[in-house]
Write a protein that binds this ligand. Structure first.
Ligand code: COS
Length: 387
């Protein structure tokens, strides 16, 4: 189907498909089993110029946007969303710099990310602050030209592997969400250590780790935007990044659909391929329809964001909500198509089902996405806007 992709997006898709088939497929089961980070693939991504598809050309990127990122993440996630996440989570950690970085900050950090020299990570979540992002307890107390960070961030994707961390911390505990600020913290800064590495259900090739700040001194030049803007920057970052999670979910669903269709043509029961049974055809038809609907919504959301519109929260949340629910349904059905074999680790669909689950949870649970959508609808109605 023609999705109206630009020449560059077609090229990104082709390059990613080749990398996914030739380089990722042979190693995905190993990294899923071992729970190790796939360092070997990072050079492949860098050599293919994939690390900067969404970064401005003047900082060494390809000059693309959220749509280009979505195309890349979808294609890589068809084969392994855990490995693809090294790039997708870097985008999440990089968006605050793209959105609010000074020219100097962009020059210093975006160039390294675009070249593939550094991964990035975003540090918002804490043990007691997940959906309630405004409830973070990490503090950044001013001390002359420095801020002193104390606190622990939890479940940080690329934690330990990234060199660049965008961290949300409270600079004024009395001001609620307006008392948060955002800092770029380099790996190796004294007082910044890594804690527990998580042992997860899915996306096991991705590193998920605690970030521990103990009297960590960060120069004021590392602040993004102005003091007190941290929560706003975090929310705007999530508006940009959620279509990326949606694309990851779409890739997982599309990958599972491909596996299911292929298997249904090979597997014979009652003397014929199982795809010749109408029950199987209906199941595959529903899976394929949901995948196309998710793709249409994600591409619409990504293109809307890239158009420069300020009004992006609702469509971004819709894309993430719909695509991640689709991924869960489609991967569950793919396991069903494989029957008993689908439940076994020799076949890829059980991994896809495990990987799909996180997309309903991270970067805002789907309950939070519904809240964002619902509030936007009410605001639009109050402003007299009709759908
Ligand atoms: N864009 C711009 N501004 C936004 C915004 C957005 N997307 N979302 C909220 N804001 C603003 C609000 O307009 C409000 O501004 P004022 O102080 O001027 O009124 C301020 O931010 C606080 O917003 P709100 O009162 O809605 O904050 P809540 O604490 O109720 O939280 C939700 C809102 C639940 C939407 C937010 O906490 C959230 O997104 N949580 C999920 C976090 C998440 O995704 N975590 C996953 C980990 S990150 S990988």
């Amino acid at each position: 189907m023609d999705y109206g992709l630009t020449e560059m997006q077609v090229m990104i898709k082709d390059v990613c498909r080749k990398i996914a088939e030739d380089k990722i497929k042979p190693i995905r089961a190993h990294y899923d089993e071992s729970n190790e980070f796939p360092h070997e693939i990072l050079k492949v991504f860098a050599d293919a110029d994939l690390c900067g598809v969404y970064i401005e050309e003047k900082f060494g990127g390809m000059g693309g946007g959220v749509m280009d990122l979505a195309v890349m993440v979808e294609e890589l996630s068809k084969v392994c969303s855990g490995i693809a996440l090294a790039l997708a989570a870097t985008a999440l950690g990089t968006f605050p710099i793209i959105l609010y970085g000074s020219e100097e900050q962009k020059q210093k950090y975006l160039t390294k990310i675009a070249k593939g020299e550094s991964l990035a990570a975003f540090g918002l979540t804490e043990a007691g602050a997940g959906s309630d992002a405004g409830g973070i307890q990490t503090t950044a107390v001013k001390d002359g030209d420095y801020f002193i960070l104390n606190g622990t961030k939890q479940w940080i994707t690329n934690g330990g592997e990234a060199d660049i961390y965008t961290i949300v911390a409270k600079t004024d505990k009395n001001k609620g969400s307006r008392g948060a600020s955002l800092f770029i913290v380099d790996k190796g800064t004294p007082g910044f250590e890594f804690g527990k590495k998580e042992n997860k259900m899915g996306i096991r090739a991705s590193a998920t780790r605690e970030l521990v700040f103990q009297d960590c001194r960060v120069h004021k030049s590392q602040m993004l935007g102005k003091e007190g803007m941290g929560f706003l920057i975090a929310m705007k970052t999530l508006d940009q990044s959620r279509p990326g999670v949606a694309a990851q979910a779409l890739g997982i669903a599309a990958g599972a659909l491909d596996e299911a269709v292929r298997y249904s043509r090979e597997r014979r029961q009652f003397g014929k391929p199982i795809c010749s049974f109408q029950g199987m055809q209906f199941l595959l038809a529903d899976m394929a329809t949901q995948v196309e609907a998710a793709r249409a919504l994600i591409y619409a959301a990504a293109r809307h964001i890239d158009s420069g519109s300020k009004d992006v929260s609702k469509i971004s949340a819709m894309a993430k909500l719909f695509a991640s629910d689709t991924a869960m349904r489609v991967t569950t059905d793919a396991v069903q198509v494989f029957g008993g074999y689908g439940y076994m680790k020799e076949y890829p669909v059980e991994k896809m089902m495990r990987d799909a689950k996180i997309t309903q949870i991270y970067e805002g649970t789907n309950q939070i996405q519904r809240e964002v959508i619902g509030l936007a609808l009410i605001k639009e109605a109050a402003a007299g806007k009709l759908s």
